[in-house]
Design a binder for this molecule. Structure first.
Ligand SMILES: NC(=O)c1ccc[n+]([C@@H]2O[C@H](COP(=O)([O-])OP(=O)(O)OC[C@H]3O[C@@H](n4cnc5c(N)ncnc54)[C@H](OP(=O)(O)O)[C@@H]3O)[C@@H](O)[C@H]2O)c1
Length: 295
């Protein structure tokens, strides 16, 4: 082939993972989202990112850089955030590529939970309780609900941890209405549920954070979303595959029910990376992508 013949540039996704082995899950999703090649790097520390990003931005002309993008993953969200910051710092003017952060699946999962809740109620002004809010998923759920204008109670077994989440949420969202609550004891949980219309439970695998008797006693609850897929249920009586079904007079979503949308959002976010070379997709941008999806 002669030099002046145009070879269409293939889509290359560079996977930067903080875990020793780059996530197979994230690689498969990338391929299913239409990426031609995934270059995977694991065990990454922030100091290692710059040279990998240079490899991305110095190879193709500016107009072709939208055919190269970076996905940041791994099981630790705080580590992922540091890799994201290092990648952003490595760009040189227009020499940049689009970035997506989805460590621990936290951004796509939180976005999916908030999108499904928003199908059934106006989030602005709604009173919401996030259970298990001190984990990476719960933190992002709290952030998105605060951004949507909900009045958010962030729950934890420890009031100190809840207070730290509230503080972190306020630091991310101007004017966030967020209240820390202890939810580990029955009495505390009953108190936290007063007036709540939406519960999103993001507790650790196999932990029941909301027993059925307390859920049914809380008559103001309209929508419940349980993100825990490992038995027993995180919200007792909400089944994994539930997807907008009625449970005890409340609209219910289980982890598998939310998981379908989470996968669609993940693929749509990957596809969006290749529309331009200047996107930085963190949880707020991932939510916007989710809100545009039909179902
Ligand atoms: N559906 C999906 O696609 C998807 C994707 C990713 C994650 N997930 C699920 O989403 C949930 C949240 O993920 P994550 O990584 O943020 O969870 P995590 O960090 O493991 O746990 C979140 C919080 O749950 C609380 N918790 C843990 N064990 C508990 C127990 N035995 N009893 C009561 N509370 C407990 C802890 O808060 P305190 O100690 O402060 O109380 C912890 O910080 C998990 O169940 C995960 O499996 C689902």
């Amino acid at each position: 082939m002669s030099d002046n013949q145009q070879i269409p540039k293939q889509r290359v996704l560079i996977q930067l993972d903080s875990d020793p082995h780059p996530s197979v899950f994230d690689r498969v999703v990338a391929i299913d989202a239409g990426v031609d090649h995934v270059f995977s790097y694991g065990g990454l520390l922030p100091a290692m990112v710059r040279d990998l990003v240079y490899g991305a931005i110095f190879t193709r002309g500016v107009n072709d850089l939208k055919r190269t993008a970076v996905f940041i993953g791994g099981s630790n969200v705080a580590d992922g955030e540091k890799l994201l910051a290092a990648a952003r710092k490595s760009f040189i003017g227009p020499l940049r590529v689009s970035l997506l952060l989805d460590s621990n699946g936290a951004n796509t999962t939180a976005a999916a939970a908030v999108v499904v809740a928003g199908r059934h109620m106006a989030l602005k002004g709604a009173r919401a309780l996030v259970l298990g809010s001190s984990g990476p998923v719960g933190r992002r759920v709290a952030r998105l609900l605060a951004l949507a204008g909900s009045i958010v109670s962030v729950g934890s077994r420890s009031l100190d941890r809840a207070s730290e989440v509230a503080e972190a949420t306020r630091a991310k969202v101007n004017g966030a209405q967020v209240v820390p609550v202890a939810t580990g004891e029955e009495e505390q949980l009953a108190q936290a549920l007063l007036g709540v219309e939406l519960v999103i439970s993001s507790g650790g695998p196999g932990a029941c954070l909301l027993p059925r008797n307390q859920r049914t006693l809380a008559k103001t609850i309209r929508v419940v979303v349980d993100l825990n897929a490992v038995p027993p249920e995180g919200i007792e009586g909400v089944k994994g595959p539930d997807s907008g079904v009625e449970r005890d007079g409340q609209v219910a979503y289980g982890a598998i029910g939310v998981g379908g949308l989470k996968m669609k959002i993940h693929k749509a976010a990957i596809a969006a990376l290749f529309e331009s070379n200047d996107l930085v997709l963190d949880v707020e941008q991932v939510l916007e992508i989710g809100q545009k999806l039909k179902s």
